[in-house]
Ligand binder design. Structure first.
Ligand code: IVH
Length: 683
């Protein structure tokens, strides 16, 4: 074997470069498998030679199981806040006043004000030594172990500098929605979830949360700052050091057009000072399509020398100003709390409120999640509540503004299922109806099964399903393949054509691959991701899974990376349910796929290796469109459900909507069906 130190150094360098491409440049340069292989090898070596583990090892990113308190430490820079303005006119006044106080014409940078958790990263000789929360501005909590797990925080800089860097740690909205859906007591917004995660005691738990960072200020411990004349140059320098700098920047002022507004690779909108107002307006309009939350913009003097002259109050610098967006919050009254039964039997209380306009849309229903959530709010019927809606996030009750004296002070969940009347069982913080024949559950499962992301049965929507359930024709998903659509002849809305299409859609769905069928059954914890993991791990048909359920192979399932103990136990428990087994048998008899087809993945050229694809719209040759993504995966690519910075290609069919717009904005390569076929054909 080669020299372990040399091998560790090589692996660390390679992994760091890949991480940089993936997390900072959002352009992956290695496949997941290549990455995992190198990473596993590094862990192996570090285990064998603990003394050779480097302080900037990517393995530190996985966190530790050791419980840590969060000691308080002093900041070595003043961590100030910002003065606020709410209108463009106030911003213009402030800029004029600031120029007057500085006695100079000034340029201004406009940045997004990220709504996350404020952090100061301290680097000594280029090494991350401490990450500290803002705290009271002079003392904060040391959360270094947790921050190290964030991939876009560099552990070692390419230069041995002593520098403190301020930034904001945030959770992208899509990730927030995914994680919050699994949360026993959900968080009202991504900021709370990000901040809560950063304060976890076990950094290994933080590592599981895909937090991100944007940095926006740098403070040198020595005189190196003198090299930088402007804030935008400093940002560009921070970017070169490997930090994530938000590219959505504006630079405005008298130097526009003079050639001085140039900063390495950092690009930004620019113009004379008069253009600031329009920029503020545009940034406000675009805030809902960002993928993360901002609560305003920050206007900063670009020249660093006048900053010092302008100075500070105890609370904020005089060279910067926060332009706060109006907060999308409104006060309304709780008229009632109703209880919904989901397809898994989960009972969810929903507040019906007086309709109220928030952030451009009318809100009349707000989820209350569970009893614990309601208890924490101390919410009762008749109360006045503040309701918020940030970005694309679902509305949430922020707090009770005024209690009503009318009803019970805190609303309580019913003891029986509102749909079938059976008793409820609690699992964790949630209540469940465990009667699989409960009408609301049955309807939920059928609607889920036929849905676009599941079996994708054409011409079979929720209304048709409801109609058929009411008629007594559907009592479970297996009936979809048992009832005869012809019996609908004569019913309003069921002409000959509709019936033919319905039949066609149902027939076509029998071609769906096993992985889809499995994920469509509505088994708790067995979604598309889990189905794929199981299949890839060798459970290639339903029989293998049923056998695992009978043989109590929980431990074997839990071994699969990405499944874990809880999920394994839950899946196998469901698979032992005789009702579900009957259903599976019926679906199998109807001709659905319960076995994964053998693919010769390895024999296909891996032309999409390292690429991340997303799909939108509909296609001639790929129905459902998931089939196109299967082609991508067979050729070494990854496929994801939403447009994020990591996506490299968007396959766009006809009628692509918001994904297309978003991809265009992010400069993601857009591929038409024709081009895609050519790519496949060119093998
Ligand atoms: S500059 C002395 N820039 O907003 C520099 N702050 O209310 C002061 N924030 O605690 C901060 N994005 O956590 C600055 N682009 C940005 C920001 C930003 C978010 C947060 C930061 C600060 C708070 C001030």
């Amino acid at each position: 074997m080669s020299d372990p130190k040399h091998e560790i150094d090589t692996l660390v360098a390679r992994l760091q470069a890949w991480q940089h491409d993936y997390y900072i440049k959002a352009r992956p340069s290695a496949t997941d498998a290549e990455y995992d292989r190198a990473f596993d090898r590094l862990l192996e070596l570090e285990k064998a030679y603990p003394e050779l583990r480097r302080p900037d090892s990517p393995s530190l990113r996985v966190g530790s199981d050791l419980s840590a308190d969060l000691p308080e430490v002093d900041h070595t820079i003043p961590v100030l806040s910002l003065d606020k303005a709410y209108t463009a006119a106030e911003v213009a006044d402030w800029a004029a006043k600031t120029e007057k106080n500085a006695d100079a014409r000034l340029n201004f940078v406009v940045e997004e004000k990220i709504d996350g958790a404020s952090i100061v990263l301290y680097y000594e000789k280029g090494l991350l030594v401490r990450a500290v929360t803002r705290g009271n501005g002079t003392r904060g909590n040391d959360i270094t172990a947790n921050v190290r797990t964030i991939r876009s925080v560099p552990l070692r800089l390419p230069e041995a500098v002593n520098i403190a860097v301020r930034g904001e740690i945030y959770l992208p909205l899509e990730r927030f929605a995914e994680i919050n859906a699994r949360q026993e007591v959900p968080f009202a917004n991504p900021r709370n979830l990000a901040a809560g995660s950063l304060r976890r005691k076990k950094s290994s738990e933080v590592a599981a949360i895909p937090l991100e960072i944007f940095v926006y200020e740098g403070f040198f411990a020595d005189d190196s700052a003198a090299e930088y004349r402007t804030h935008h140059d400093l940002l560009s320098y921070l970017q070169n050091l490997g930090f994530r700098v938000n590219p959505r920047l504006g630079l405005f002022g008298p130097d526009y057009g003079s050639g001085r507004f140039r900063a390495g690779e950092l690009s930004f909108s620019a113009g004379p000072l008069e253009k600031v107002e329009g920029f503020l307006k545009r940034m406000n309009e675009e805030r809902n399509s960002l993928g993360y939350e901002i609560d305003g913009l920050v206007i900063k003097v670009d020249e660093l020398a006048p900053r010092e002259e302008l100075g500070y109050t105890g609370h904020h610098p005089r060279w910067a100003l926060a332009f706060k967006f109006e907060s999308p919050e409104a006060v309304s009254t709780v008229k009632a709390v109703e209880v919904q039964v989901g397809r898994t039997g989960r009972i969810t209380p929903v507040a019906r409120i007086e309709p109220v306009l928030i952030g451009g849309s009318t809100v009349s229903n707000v989820t209350l999640h569970n009893q614990q959530y309601i208890d924490a709010l101390e919410l009762g019927i008749g109360d006045q509540v503040a309701v918020s809606k940030r970005g694309d996030v679902i509305p949430a009750v922020e707090r009770v503004v005024e209690k009503s004296e009318a009803a019970e002070p805190v609303w309580r969940m019913p003891e029986a299922c509102p749909s079938c009347g059976e008793g409820l069982e609690s699992h964790g913080a949630h209540l469940f109806c465990v009667n699989r024949r409960c009408p609301d559950q049955v309807r939920g499962r059928i609607v889920f099964f036929i849905g676009k992301d599941q079996m994708d049965i054409d011409n079979f929507g929720p209304e048709t399903a409801s109609f058929l359930i009411e008629k007594g024709l559907l009592t479970g998903i297996e009936d979809i393949y048992r009832f005869d659509p012809e019996t609908l002849a004569g019913e309003a809305g069921f002409g000959e054509k509709k019936i033919a299409l319905l039949k066609q859609g149902i027939e076509a769905s029998k071609e769906q691959p096993y992985r889809r069928v499995l994920a469509s059954l509505g088994i708790p914890d067995l979604g598309q991701k889990a189905a794929e993991l199981l299949i890839e791990a060798g459970y290639r048909g339903i029989d293998a899974l049923l056998k695992a359920a009978d043989g109590k192979e929980e431990a074997a399932l839990a071994e699969i990376h990405g499944i874990g103990e809880k999920t394994a136990a839950s899946i196998l428990m469901s698979l032992r349910d005789p009702e579900l087994r009957k259903q599976i048998a019926a679906l199998r008899q109807a001709g659905l796929n319960f076995e994964e087809e053998e693919t010769e993945a390895s024999s296909l050229p891996q032309i999409f290796s390292g690429q991340v694809w997303c799909v939108t719209g509909s296609f001639e040759n790929y129905k459902p469109r998931g089939k196109a993504m299967e082609e991508v995966k067979l050729r070494g690519g990854r496929s994801v459900g939403a447009i994020t910075g990591a996506v490299t290609h968007l396959l766009a069919g006809s009628g692509g909507g918001s994904k297309l717009a978003k991809a265009e904005k992010l400069g993601i390569e857009i591929v038409s069906e024709e081009e895609f076929l050519k790519l496949l054909g060119s093998e």
